[in-house]
Design a protein around this ligand. Sequence first.
Ligand SMILES: Cc1ncc(COP(=O)(O)O)c(C=O)c1O
Length: 415
Amino acid sequence: MKLDRNTLAVRDRDDPLAFARRRFHLPQGVIYLDGNSLGALPVAAHEVLAQSVGEEWGEGLIRSWNRAGWVTLARDIGRDIARLIGAHEDEVVVADSTSINLFKLIAGEVAAVHRSDSKRLAIVSERGNFPTDLYMAQGLAALGGGIELRLVEGDDIDAHFGADVACAMLTQVDYRSGRVLNMRTLNRAAAANGHRIVWDLSHSAGALSVQLNADGAELAVGCGYKYLNGGPGAPAYLYMARSLQRDFPMALSGWFGHTRPFAFDPTYAAHPGIERFQCGTPPILALRALQAGVATFDGVDLNAVRAKSLSLSDTFLALMSDHCAEFGFACISPTAHARRGSQLTFSHPEAWPIMQALIERGVIGDYREPNLMRFGFTPLYLSHTDVWDAVMILNEVMLSGAWKAPRHRARTTVT
Ligand SMILES: Cc1ncc(COP(=O)(O)O)c(C=O)c1O
């Protein structure tokens, strides 16, 4: 039986996460299906930032490093993020970007592993991994010493784990297709081969129930501006299991990772805890925005987030089949729940102009090469009726041929 809007309105009425939508500013007339790329603005961010600029910076000046808690803010937010990714409070710190945090982990891990077993110099990753991850590993390999980035394809990634591998570097939810990797199984396979996996959680934290400790993950990084709603270019985070922290080599040994930064000692002495993985002075205003973003998860059950995410994407799939089947869209995302993240990706030869026509009508998704339209489902602020309205607008764009207008062919820098 075909779904109708009333049935979906009933689902929204019974939605246990409906309260969270009020925590966001969503522009009138917009259905936002791109929270997997840049999360929406938390309402509280206005006030938090105004207060941080006006009082902490304006009035408090440099005193705010101590009085307003600036000096521990990266740790404090790390503690809040830890709850979202199944980690202990002292295992997460906010710092730098995902790319830089990834470099810290792969550089340190390869150095440590290679020191105890000189055969291990390969970093295994997927050819389709997010390019910045691959670029960072290429940059590390280019420094020399025999480090090699080994790119693999296909589902049996663990077949490439082995005695010459220093670490694997995997993204739990693929940015293109939204495919989910089984973290527990892969961590076990890596451990059986004597190495670890550095996980990128950019498309999973805040969308799935990530369980780093329970699933045996020891090293991970992730992004602050997607499902965590931290704002454009928000700082990223780094996770390291307690047992590794004390001896892990930190290549980017900046003064905020020193055990006593204000001793101004000319010799680096690493902080024994997760603080070590900060590098330079943290960006306080950006951290305040990220704190407001992470606070949108206060009181939110991540199992409910996952259940709603799947319900929203199931709804989108069903409506695409009911109302857009004749237009030539092919879903490249896995349909099995265990393999599906919080987005759906459709291939279409005219993906670019169709997406531009949708955006013009307020349905905001995005475009990725080659010819892919991505639709992200953020359970904190999307409803089932939003999904209905989005698919009806897509149907109208296709039936009317509105996407054929020449202006929709113009390319922009950010897609
Ligand atoms: C999987 C993944 N890793 C990393 C990044 C970006 O990293 P950075 O915070 O360094 O820009 C993205 C951005 O979309 C991503 O999807």
